[in-house]
Design a protein around this ligand. Sequence first.
Ligand SMILES: [Zn+2]
Length: 416
Amino acid sequence: MRHFFSCLACALVFTIPAHAQNADSSISPKARQIHDSAIVIDTHADTPQRFLDENYDIGSTDPKDTGHISLDKVKAGNLGAEFFSIWVDPETNQGHFARHALDLIDSVYEQAAHHPDRMMMAFSVADIERAHREHKLAALMGIEGGHSIENDIHLLRDFYRLGVRYMTLSWSNTNEWADSSGDINNPKVEHHNGLTDFGRQVVLEMNRLGMMVDVSHVADKTFYDVIAVTKAPIIASHSSARALTNHPRNMTDDMLRAVAKNGGVVQVNFYDGFIDEDYRRASEAQRPERDAAVKASIDQLKAAGKTVTYVDADRIEREWTAKIPRPPLKSLIDHIDHIAKVAGVDHVGLGSDFDGVSGATPEGIDSAADLPKITQALLDRGYSADDIRKILGGNLLRVFGEVERVSREMQAAGRR
Ligand SMILES: [Zn+2]
């Protein structure tokens, strides 16, 4: 409620409160009240690519900036915690995955250091709750893609010590110990039929450390291997439902039920290609032309002696994604609803993929400022305030707390 009253107070003086800039008459006072009473947690944003490649400042107030995350947008959307993605492009970082991961980790710390009044690094459930009390954004980190540990369990522990609190076992590339859904049908890639023995060791060490095991991106067999070996609940940090949108990145109903049984949570990805079947098909049809355009422009930059970054490729991708109509917000809500029905309302949350989808988010969701629209839509579908708060962040907090508990138990058992 404190947010609510302080914003009323802002409105009475002459400044425009941040969320009024995006105020939407479609948000009822009841939805706003529920939304602002929740600890809202998003488990996947690619903004660190911008911090590092563009020198993007999260304090930016540039009205023309099309990014999904800024501190003003965070405040307007009452986003309480963001897991910033430490994603290392395996193509452009051959030979130095870990070092690039370190640079991205540094970029998150630097943002927090520049904005100590509005943002803090967070490493635990208690930190997220403290940030919420202090009206700051809790900044957490997840490594996207197990290749970044360079097959070294020592490095995995070092990343934990630096604050990394989840790791997506694979990105779109199969690494040396976990198969990915991204290249599972590519005969040129050496696969392992899921997780290798070392991969199982990685999962158990993550359990022991208290690092959440993330199954987004992994191949189906890898998923079931993880379910069989993990001692703690798992997360899918940014995945949607395959029954609604037939993409291998999404989770089948059987997988959703397995996550429920494991006590974990599936955090719905907002990317149009994962939440809307029409969009997915249009995007697939466009792929050859789009990929050729991206490659041509990257080759051009390389020929001119320039270092090519994620941001360069993203610029071209955006021109192409803009050619396909955005699906309605309903498509995203359908996925939340489906997972809540199949796995249960205790096993679904939000994993936007903000700043990682070249602007391809559903209509009405242009940044973190629009998160209250999800609350309104869930309220309209008859979800209770308590269930909405679980979806917005409560479920993730429960899973994170369980992961912390299992870690304490495993460490205590190891000392005996
Ligand atoms: Zn991803």
